[in-house]
Write a protein that binds this ligand. Structure first.
Ligand SMILES: *[C@@H]1O[C@H](CO)[C@@H](O)[C@H](O)[C@H]1NC(C)=O
Ligand SMILES: *[C@@H]1O[C@H](CO)[C@@H](O)[C@H](O)[C@H]1NC(C)=O
Ligand SMILES: *[C@@H]1O[C@H](CO)[C@@H](O)[C@H](O)[C@H]1NC(C)=O
Ligand SMILES: *[C@@H]1O[C@H](CO)[C@@H](O)[C@H](O)[C@H]1NC(C)=O
Ligand SMILES: *[C@@H]1O[C@H](CO)[C@@H](O)[C@H](O)[C@H]1NC(C)=O
Length: 435
């Protein structure tokens, strides 16, 4: 169903024959971004389109007759070594800095430049990551630009598609609120909306400069005029948003905006490796799965926090499976760590009791899809807002990452394990999120 929607939407944008040449530029190096991209490319290939996919993770992609990969591995360096558990690394200016590094690094890739200059595509698809200047790729090709957002819709995206935000009725993404909002919250909502827009306006001249730097040479090489940044950035043919009415406030959207949350989720996740399958099968009391995602590394936690958490886990009658990037010494018997874990397959195991997570949008969707309650420890970006929405939906509780993490996590963990309200609510809601 999701696949059908995606393709119908694509067909609306690109009229003509039934097989198209699509250029996907998904430069963000995070693993989660790659999962979303994968869902997109899979659907395009299945429908018989020819896809050229510029990706930071080309090595693990299955070959396909109609798939050409462009290697953007270099962009992985722009985030490597940045510790996202440090607050100074997660401010809006810092995140814009990474986004810029990623975009410039991708734009320097000779293979991508060659494809843009020498080939003619029918559409260009890219992901929004504070990188509005990537509008230039479709402009240089003079074809429709399709945009994918990994997070729920927010004022920056709204400005691009001409969405008029209903300030009195819809809380803006970064500051979740009960609906209907009180008079004070409406006022605050308006203020936050305004500040985000002003922040966006201040950034426009810088975006325009990067746009020219990246795209003017490409346009010249193709012998086409480059539209102004201001025209190109408003020329979004279609916007796919990784959100859904069942998890975020319902709001009116322009007809070229579609919520597609859950589309990356496989209804039948791949089987677990034997060791994990045995471990989960044999954990009769239940399993707690702990992962801070791919950008925030558990290995970045302070030594005392690490020890404190292990201490809490040791006291539990459950198996704890922790995605931890380094080997850990002196592990309690019931705690198992791995540098990488197949999240969707773990979440769908019937013995899973609870998911301790950073509250990334994909993790929230996968948890709710599998009907697993969450204890969210949001760190930055959209995570606090995602966690807050999950709490309001009744299948999650949240704990502050930066203040007394160990103490608060213990209290909340015991609350959630001793009260099946959250578990039942997650199971109930799991019927709502599509895949
Ligand atoms: C590849 O694309 C062509 C159309 O260009 C289509 O006929 C063919 O079925 C596609 N191959 C696969 C394996 O999907
Ligand atoms: C971006 O990359 C440059 C050089 O590659 C580096 O000096 C700079 O620190 C990076 N900025 C961020 C915010 O990562
Ligand atoms: C806007 O997109 C259309 C394709 O959808 C393209 O033909 C047109 O040239 C674009 N205009 C600008 C200003 O980029
Ligand atoms: C929303 O804003 C209020 C007031 O500034 C703040 O107390 C609250 O933590 C914010 N909520 C989220 C989810 O950001
Ligand atoms: C369980 O949690 C729900 C939701 O927070 C709360 O309303 C209820 O009182 C709790 N039950 C017990 C026995 O603590």
């Amino acid at each position: 169903m999701r696949t059908a929607l995606l393709l119908a939407a694509l067909a609306v944008c690109v009229t003509g024959a039934c097989s198209y040449k699509v250029l996907c530029i998904f430069a963000a190096p995070a693993k989660s971004a790659d999962h979303l991209a994968q869902g997109f490319v899979r659907a395009l290939l299945k429908a018989g389109h020819e896809v050229t996919w510029a990706t930071p993770h080309p090595e693990k992609k299955a070959p396909h007759q109609n798939l050409t990969l462009i290697d953007l591995k270099e962009t992985r360096n722009s985030l490597a070594g940045v510790d996202m558990t440090r607050q100074q690394n997660t401010g809006i200016a810092a995140i814009r800095g990474y986004a810029r590094n990623v975009s410039r690094t991708a734009a320097d890739c000779p293979e991508l430049r060659k494809a843009l200059v020498e080939q003619q595509f029918d559409a260009v698809i890219s992901t929004w990551f504070m990188n509005e200047y990537e509008a230039g790729y479709a402009a240089v090709q003079q074809v429709p630009w399709l945009l994918l957002s990994s997070v729920v819709i927010h004022p920056h995206l709204e400005a691009m598609v001409g969405q008029v935000h209903s300030i009195p009725s819809v809380p803006v993404m970064v500051n979740e609120s009960d609906i209907p909002m009180s008079a004070w919250r409406r006022w605050l909502n308006g203020l936050i909306y305004m500040l985000m827009n002003i922040d966006g306006w201040f950034d426009v001249p810088r975006q325009a400069i990067i746009y020219e730097e990246i795209h003017a040479p490409l346009a010249a090489a193709r012998g086409v005029p480059l539209p102004s940044y201001y025209d190109a950035v408003k020329n979004v043919s279609f916007l796919f948003v990784n959100s859904h009415e069942s998890i975020a406030p319902a709001l009116s959207l322009p007809p070229n905006v579609l919520n597609i949350a859950g589309y990356h989720i496989d209804d039948d996740p791949p089987p677990l490796p034997k060791d994990l399958q045995d471990l989960l099968d044999n954990s009769k009391n239940g399993v707690i799965y702990f992962s801070m995602g791919s950008v925030v590394q558990s290995a970045g936690l302070a030594e005392t926090t690490r020890a404190g958490l292990l201490n809490i886990f040791a006291k539990l009658p459950y198996t704890v499976l922790w995605k931890f990037e380094e080997p850990l010494k002196d592990l309690p018997k019931n705690v198992h760590v791995r540098p990488w874990l197949p999240q969707p397959s773990i979440l769908s195991h019937p013995n899973l009791r609870l998911f301790i997570t950073h509250g990334g949008q994909l993790s929230c969707l996968e948890a709710i899809h599998a009907g697993v309650p969450m204890l969210a420890v949001p760190v930055f970006g959209d995570q606090p807002a995602n966690a807050e929405r999950a709490r309001k939906l009744g299948y999650a509780l949240t704990v502050d990452f930066h203040k007394n993490l160990v103490e608060n996590l213990e209290v909340t963990l015991n609350e959630m394990l001793g009260n099946d309200t959250y578990y039942k609510r997650a199971k109930y809601l799991s019927k709502d999120v599509p895949s």
